[in-house]
Design a protein around this ligand. Structure first.
Ligand SMILES: Nc1ncnc2c1ncn2[C@@H]1O[C@H](COP(=O)(O)OP(=O)(O)OP(=O)(O)O)[C@@H](O)[C@H]1O
Length: 206
């Protein structure tokens, strides 16, 4: 999977948040978009997922066989963990996992029980997501991102709400479980992207 970004720009009301952005993102690589608060990291990631439409320019998802994927089908290629994307609060953890797997199967067909062990919440299976702490919810979001069998992973501010143990858990798994995928991060916390080979400053896109 390759994502080609061709001269894209995004304007909210009269303000250009991102402009003149041109780059290519390659499968098997990791990229972090960095920049100060309000610089446009989350906006750019949301443009790349197709959640938010570009004001100008074009984004293309190109398959390994060279075929372009229609924008309506991008969502099948990706998984997103971000503070602005909520889990389904009414479900128990087990219900959420079973629901998620109907749309995005887990890698190597891992079971929901194994998933719960993986995110270190083995006793939370019947607990309603609404009653999870913010750090527990973040582990669920990251676990879904690491375990979903899709080519592209978006992580926006991945260590949000994680304690020291949680950050350690994230760092232990982020490289191992994204090895053959295209990983896109948005961050201004160096620790959460220290392993990343490609750092892109969004301040350049003005
Ligand atoms: N839906 C929207 N309508 C209007 N302005 C918006 C909208 N979404 C984002 N913005 C503006 O776009 C700019 C960039 O916001 P964005 O959230 O992308 O920044 P960020 O780099 O991710 O910031 P942070 O580090 O604080 O998370 C901000 O000025 C923000 O107010």
């Amino acid at each position: 999977m390759q994502i080609r970004v061709e001269n894209i720009g995004k304007k909210f009301i009269r303000e250009w948040i991102v402009r003149n952005a041109n780059f290519e993102l390659e499968a098997g690589q990791k990229y972090t978009f960095v920049g100060p608060n309000g610089s446009g990291k989350s906006t750019l990631l949301q443009l790349l997922t197709g959640m938010v439409p570009v004001t100008e320019g074009k984004i293309r998802y190109v398959n390994t066989d060279g075929r372009e994927i229609e924008e309506d089908n991008w969502y099948k290629q990706l998984v997103i963990a971000a503070p602005y994307l909520e889990l389904i609060e009414e479900f128990t953890l087990r219900e959420l996992l079973d629901f998620h797997k109907k749309f995005k199967p887990f890698k190597n067909g891992i079971s929901s029980r194994d998933f719960e062990d993986f995110i270190q919440l083995p006793h939370a299976s019947d607990k309603v997501i609404r009653h999870f702490s913010s750090g527990m919810k973040q582990r669920v979001k990251l676990g879904l991102a690491f375990m979903s069998d899709v080519p592209v992973i978006f992580l926006d501010e991945p260590t949000t709400n994680l304690d020291v143990q949680g950050i350690k858990w994230y760092l232990e798994h982020v490289t191992e479980h994204t090895r053959d995928q295209l990983l896109l991060l948005g961050s201004n916390v160096e620790q959460e992207y220290e392993f990343c080979e490609n750092i892109i400053s969004v301040s350049a896109f003005k």
